[in-house]
Design a protein around this ligand. Sequence first.
Ligand code: DON
Length: 312
Amino acid sequence: MVIMTTTSSADFQPVLERIAEEMERTPGRGRPADYIPALAARDPRSFGMAVAEPDGTVYGVGEWREPFSTQSITKVFTLALDLAREGDELWEHVGREPSGNPFNSLVQLEYEQGIPRNPFINAGALVVTDRLHTRTGDAAGELLAFLRAESGNPGLDFDEDVAASESAHGDRNAALAHFMASYGNVDNDVPVLLDQYFRQCSLTASCADLALATGFLARHGVRADGGRLLTRSQAKQVNAVMLTCGTYDAAGEFAYRVGLPGKSGVGGGIIAVVPGRCTLCVWSPGLDERGNSVAGVAALDRFTTLTGLSVF
Ligand code: DON
């Protein structure tokens, strides 16, 4: 019988280097998002990847310290920050089932009475940001402070050009927010909510920053300073929703290939969690037709194959 052993921490660096080499040789890397002009300018061949251990040790390869637009990856952090404050009441306003639809789809909202399927499609993220904003008075500011603290990088910030670009091309998100407001599922004025959401999406960070900032999900809810953000059970819930909904209508394929809770953004980043063991962030701006990084998914697929680290 062959017993598969998991990798030791010292093995992470060579694994990352092998993956980066393989990615260099892989042709066809998708296309950067072009519906937000500020994202379209990135080189689809850029590639970086980082792994952080629960104690904050971080390994990286390629452009792992290059800042990029985090976009929908931030939806994980706003979910955690709101869940920590309001607990299960949140789930009366947003579901936790995969949508099977594109991230910006409107179609389910009407027949499901303004309750979005999950917190990671845009409609659900708007509800979470709205509720976090009501509870804190500054949802985007809470998010930024949390990411700065968890990454240990006080230089993290929003990109005002990206936020302005989102706003200028934000008709779809505005439609989602107004439609949910008509069902009473938005507390704040829609323009206030959209401003918060667009700022949130514009947050810029590197693979190293995001691998570290995701650490609380590998530490079962415990923050970098040892304080607790989420209960163990809530951390499990967030990881579960990432697994089932974090890559939209490709979540089944992502679970099949990678086998980890993950969350993508149209900036080309993906975060992933091996509970109890490590967190990852990979970045490459070329996307597939569902909005997930082509090289990012391939690299995570190779990581779990090479190391045997997966939730399955
Ligand atoms: O709401 C939007 O259109 C974007 N700012 C965020 C979308 C996103 O990253 C979805 N992801 N894959």
